[in-house]
Ligand binder design. Structure first.
Ligand code: FAD
Length: 431
């Protein structure tokens, strides 16, 4: 049986970034275990592609996400320049459609400063100022953040994989973790009937990370739900109706969903989306049910678990019915965008974009967990609920994970890193 010092489950942006830092700082035997044939086959390539500035993140409740998004912006920019990767500084306007939402924007402006965004990079605009900036945008007011960028996180993940490999990480593809035996080391068993022995296991399996944490006997009090976000691509004749990314204030702040946005992609196209349609598995990109066995398991979990309590919340049911409608009907999705860009019409959108699936975690109270869940097991560490702006924050967040593992004694401290475009010490000093 092959033996590794560190086995990372999941070759998305998070697992790949963690492998990069460990391989940069140590001479250990490190592997990334990925069930697909390459990295970033799921959420890390199926997202909106925005490098978010954390003006909309509550500095008290989402401290780590806010901090790591802020720090990571410059890290990604450095890497984009070095590796010639897409970096399109389009800016974002978060719009308020009424006075009450405007008060939320006023709060965001304060959060922006608290989260460390330079003051000259966010400003509140009234309806007239908005119209001057974007003549086809109609809203009560907007918070303009000039530093937001559009990029392609799949490409970033593939470049990081190459760098990590240069430092000695082994990427083991086509290996789906099925079961685990926890002892002094963990024995990981895969669907191809192979096994390996890992001294430290790090679970970064995205939409499957809760299920994997449960295999280690952890997080049994949580359940999860999978929501597919769908997009429509604008015909090129209409893609410049608005030049900036447009987001809206969340109608229900307790749920991690927004109305579809207007997105300027780094490849020059414009899309609207994503909505948030419940689906059975983290990979149900078409239809709603996916694999029949997995669907039955999910229905059982919903009937008997934490989600049952969520289903008693009338706001959640209203939201979900609206989201379903916008999945079945393109017109319904476009109507949601017409609320802030009245000129858009359903016929301007002729092609589906690439859908992605987020997997929020539901607590015993039947509430969505707000921030990332970090769980220590015996010689294992699990990252669950790693949702947006997870791609933005990945380089700094993964450095902080390594620091935590050092503090817990699961990794020795390391003062010397190999040559890199990023500095571990600088990130730790900024955090
Ligand atoms: C619709 C949508 C829009 C988003 N937009 C943005 C955005 O604009 N900006 C932003 O910062 N963030 C955004 N996000 C969030 C961001 O994309 C995620 O936080 C991030 O990609 C998560 O990365 P990950 O590595 O944790 O997960 P993933 O990319 O899903 O990687 C997990 C990997 O684990 C593998 N895996 C799973 N189970 C197993 C197993 N049993 N054995 C082996 N391998 C396994 C999977 O194949 C997968 O490759 C968005 C997310 C969605 C869904």
């Amino acid at each position: 049986m092959e033996k590794f010092d560190v086995a990372i489950i999941g070759g998305g942006i998070l697992g790949t970034a963690i492998s990069y830092w460990i391989s940069l700082l140590y001479d250990l035997r490190v592997c990334v275990i990925e069930k697909e044939k390459n990295v970033a086959r799921h959420t890390s390539s199926r997202n909106t592609g925005v490098v978010h500035s954390p003006f909309y993140l509550d500095p008290a409740k989402r401290k780590k996400s806010a901090l790591t998004s802020l720090i990571s912006h410059d890290l990604w920019e450095t890497m984009a320049k070095k590796k010639n990767l897409p970096w399109l500084q389009v800016g974002t306007i978060e719009v308020a459609l009424n006075e009450s939402q405007h008060h939320t924007l006023e709060k965001y402006l304060k959060w922006s400063a608290k989260n460390g965004i330079p003051e000259d990079q966010t400003q509140l605009l009234d309806d007239k100022e908005l119209e001057k900036k974007e003549p086809n945008l109609k809203a009560y007011s907007g918070l303009y953040c000039s530093r937001d960028v559009s990029t392609d996180y799949g490409l970033f993940t593939k470049e990081l994989k190459k760098e990590s490999e240069k430092n000695g990480t082994q990427f083991l593809f086509g290996k789906k973790l099925e079961s685990v035996t926890v002892g002094t080391d963990s024995i990981l068993s895969f669907s191809d009937a192979t096994t390996l022995d890992a001294t430290l296991t790090i679970n970064c399996a995205g939409g499957n990370s809760l299920d994997i944490a449960k295999k280690f006997g952890l997080a049994t009090e949580y359940d999860d739900l999978h929501f597919r976000g769908e997009y429509w691509i604008a015909d090129s004749n209409y893609s410049n109706l608005v030049q900036t990314n447009i987001y809206t204030v969340a109608r229900f702040s307790e749920f991690p969903f927004l109305d579809p946005h207007w997105i300027k992609r780094s490849n020059g196209t414009t899309e609207i989306g994503p909505n948030a349609v419940p689906v059975a598995t983290p990979e149900t990109y078409l239809g709603y049910t996916g694999d029949i066995g997995e669907t039955i398991d999910k229905v059982k979990e919903i009937i008997s678990g934490n989600v049952k309590k969520l289903l008693l919340n009338p706001d959640f049911l209203t939201l979900i019915s609206k989201e379903f409608l916008s999945s079945i009907s393109k017109t319904a999705m476009v109507h949601r965008v017409q609320e802030f860009i009245p000129k858009v019409k359903p016929e301007y959108f002729t092609e589906h974009g690439t859908a992605g699936i987020r997997t929020p975690i539901i607590s015993e109270k039947g509430e969505f967990e707000k921030d990332i869940l970090e769980l220590f097991g015996k010689n294992s560490f699990h990252i669950v609920n790693y949702n947006s702006p997870g791609a933005t924050g990945a380089p700094a967040y993964s450095a902080l994970v390594v620091k935590q593992l050092q503090e817990k004694g699961l990794l020795k401290s390391s003062t010397k890193q190999k040559s890199s475009f990023w500095s571990f010490e600088d990130i730790i000093n900024q955090a």
